[in-house]
Design a protein around this ligand. Structure first.
Ligand code: NAD
Ligand code: MN
Length: 481
C-alpha cells in the first residue's frame, strides 16, 4: 500500500532576490567593468531568477588586488583570536538566516528543500563553527609552533552543493589567515552572493572575502592570476587537469577535489533493508549530483536477486517533483547541459547491452528531470561502469568473494569514496584497508562532518578538505606543491 501525499510547499516569501547582482569586491557590491551579465534560472521551472555579473580580466584583477590589500593591511596582522570572532559571527548569522539560505539554494539549484534545509545549510554553519575554533589554536595543529598563512587564495567551486562547497573553501582559508577570491559555478551563484551579504553583516574587514561570478573563463583568469598564492578547485577531472597544467611551475599551492565513481559493496551477511536505504541515499541523494556518490553497486551474487528486488520496491516510493515541496525526494537536474550528459550516458548503457529500469514516475512538463534509474547486467567494460554520470543512475555489478569485490571496486581511474555493508567488523577493516579511496563508509553512506578530512586518490584529485588535514592546505607547510 502506498500513501498519497498532499502538497507541502515551503514558502518563498523569506527570500528577496534582486533583479541583478554585481561583484563583491573590497567589501562592496560593484558593477562589473566587463559590463556583462548572464541569467541564472530555477532548473525546476526554467524561470529566470536574476541576472548575475560576468567578471572579466579587469574585474578579476580588482578582486585579487582587494584580497591582497586586505591580506597585507588587516587579516594577516590580526590575531587568531580576533579572526575567530569574525568566523564565529559568520557561523551564527548563517544559522539565523538558515531558512532563507535553504530556500534560495533550492530555487537556484533544484535540490529538494528537505536536503538544503536538513543537510546543506546545517553543514555550512558547522564548517564555520569548526574552523572558527581552530583560528586561535593553529600552533597545536601539528604544523609547527607558528604556522603561517599563504596569502591570497583563488577558489573555484561547482554547482552541486553551492554554499557547502563555499564553506569548505572559505572557512579553513580564513581560519588560517588567508584572504580569498571565490568564484561560484555559473548556474548557482545566488547563495554565494547571499554569503557576501553575510560578510557585510558580520562587519568582516573589506577585501577578506571577494566573490566574483562568471563561467569557466572567469575561473581560468582567477586561477592563472600571478598574484594568487593558493588555488583550491572542486569540479570535473577535466578542468582539474587544465588547472594543474596552468599552475605547474608557479609557487601556487594547489588542492584538487575532482570526480568519482564510488563502489557501494553489499555482502550477503548485511541486513538488506537497512543497506538498501543507504544505497538509495548513496546514489539518489541530491539527484546523484554528488562527487562521492555510490554510483556502482557491487552485490554479492548469492543475495543479488533479493537485494535488487528490495531496491526496486524502495525506488517505487521515491517522490520526484517540485523541489520546494517538503515531501520531495528527487528534485530537478541542475541544468539542461547536465541533463543531456546524463541522457547520453544512460543511452550508452542500453546500447552496450545493460538492462535499464526506472520506477513509474511522472515527470513535470517544465524544467530538467531524470527518473531514478538502475542498470543491471553491467560489465566493467561498459561506460556506465567507468565514467562519472553525476546523475540519479546506479550501475549494478556482482561479485562472489571479498577479493573479487576489492578488485572490482578499485578498478576505476577515480578514488574518492567507497561503502561497505557487512555485519562482520573484521571484514570492514580488511576491506577499508584495501580500498583506494579517500573516504570509506561502513554500514552507512554520504555522511559528512567538518572534523573529518575529505579528498581523493588518483583522478579524484589530491589534498584534503576538513579536519586537521584540511588546515594544511591553507598553511605554509613543507609540502607546498
Ligand atoms: P566543472 O569542472 O565544469 O566546473 C567547476 C567550476 O570550474 C565551475 O565554477 C566552472 O565555472 C569552473 N571552470 C570551468 N572551466 C574552468 C577553467 N578552465 N579554469 C577554471 N575554472 C573553470 O564541473 P561541474 O560540472 O560544475 O561540477 C561537476 C564535477 O565536480 C563532477 O565531476 C564532480 O565529481 C566534481 N565534484 C567534486 C567534488 C569533490 O569534492 N571531489 C565535489 C563536488 C563536485
Ligand atoms: Mn540556477
Amino acid at each position: 500500500m502506498t500513501f498519497d501525499y498532499a502538497p507541502a510547499p515551503e514558502s518563498q516569501a523569506i527570500v528577496n532576490i534582486d533583479s541583478n547582482y554585481g561583484l563583491f569586491i573590497g567589501g562592496k557590491f560593484v558593477e562589473p567593468k566587463s559590463g556583462e551579465y548572464f541569467k541564472t534560472i530555477n532548473p525546476a521551472t526554467e524561470e529566470v531568477l536574476s541576472a548575475v555579473a560576468e567578471a572579466g580580466q579587469a574585474d578579476v584583477d580588482a578582486a585579487v588586488k582587494a584580497a591582497r590589500k586586505a591580506y597585507d593591511k588587516t587579516w594577516s596582522k590580526m590575531s587568531g583570536k580576533d579572526r575567530a570572532k569574525y568566523i564565529f559571527r559568520i557561523a551564527r548569522i548563517i544559522q539565523e538566516r538558515s531558512r532563507e539560505l535553504a530556500v534560495l539554494e533550492t530555487l537556484d539549484n533544484g535540490k529538494p528543500i528537505r536536503e538544503s534545509r536538513d543537510v546543506d545549510i546545517p553543514l555550512v554553519a558547522a564548517h564555520f563553527f569548526y574552523h572558527a575554533g581552530w583560528a586561535d589554536k593553529l600552533e597545536f595543529a601539528g604544523y609547527g609552533p607558528d604556522p603561517k598563512s599563504l596569502g591570497v587564495a583563488a577558489q573555484v567551486i561547482p554547482w552541486n552543493f553551492p554554499l557547502l562547497m563555499l564553506a569548505w573553501k572559505i572557512a579553513p582559508a580564513l581560519a588560517c589567515g588567508n584572504t580569498v577570491v571565490l568564484k561560484p559555478a555559473e548556474t548557482t551563484s545566488l547563495t554565494a552572493l547571499a554569503f557576501a551579504d553575510i560578510c557585510q553583516q558580520a562587519d568582516l574587514p573589506p577585501g577578506v572575502v571577494n566573490i566574483i561570478t562568471g563561467a569557466g573563463d572567469t575561473g581560468r583568469m582567477l586561477v592563472e592570476h600571478p598574484d594568487v598564492n593558493k588555488v583550491a578547485f572542486t569540479g570535473s577531472t577535466e578542468v582539474g587537469k587544465a588547472i594543474q597544467r596552468a599552475v605547474a611551475g608557479t609557487n601556487k599551492k594547489l588542492t584538487l577535489e575532482l570526480g568519482g565513481k564510488a563502489a557501494n559493496i553489499l555482502f550477503d551477511d548485511a541486513p538488506i533493508d537497512q543497506a538498501i536505504e543507504g544505497i538509495v541515499n548513496g546514489i539518489y541523494f541530491n539527484q546523484g549530483h554528488v562527487c562521492c556518490a555510490g554510483s556502482r553497486l557491487l552485490l554479492q551474487e548469492s543475495i543479488a536477486d533479493e537485494a535488487l528486488h528490495s531496491l526496486k520496491r524502495r525506488l517505487q516510493t521515491l517522490r520526484l517533483g517540485d523541489p520546494m515541496d517538503k515531501n520531495t525526494d528527487i528534485g530537478a537536474i541542475n541544468s539542461r547541459a547536465q541533463l543531456s550528459k546524463i541522457e547520453e550516458l544512460a543511452k550508452s548503457g542500453e546500447d552496450e547491452g545493460a538492462q535499464r529500469w526506472s520506477p513509474t514516475c511522472p515527470i513535470p512538463d517544465k524544467g530538467f528531470w531524470f527518473p531514478p534509474t538502475v542498470f543491471t547486467n553491467v560489465t566493467q567494460a561498459h561506460r556506465i561502469a567507468r565514467e562519472e554520470i553525476f546523475g540519479p543512475v546506479l550501475s549494478v555489478l556482482t561479485f562472489r568473494t571479498p577479493e573479487e569485490a576489492v578488485e572490482k571496486a578499485n578498478n576505476t581511474p577515480f578514488g574518492l569514496s567507497a561503502g561497505i555493508w557487512t555485519e562482520k567488523g573484521s571484514r570492514i577493516l580488511w576491506m577499508a584497508d584495501k580500498m583506494r579511496a579517500g573516504v570509506v563508509w561502513a554500514n552507512t553512506f554520504n555522511r559528512f562532518d567538518p572534523t573529518s578530512p575529505f579528498g581523493g586518490f588518483k583522478e579524484s584529485g589530491f589534498g584534503r578538505e576538513g579536519g586537521i588535514a584540511g588546515l594544511g592546505a591553507y598553511l605554509d607547510t613543507e609540502d607546498n606543491s
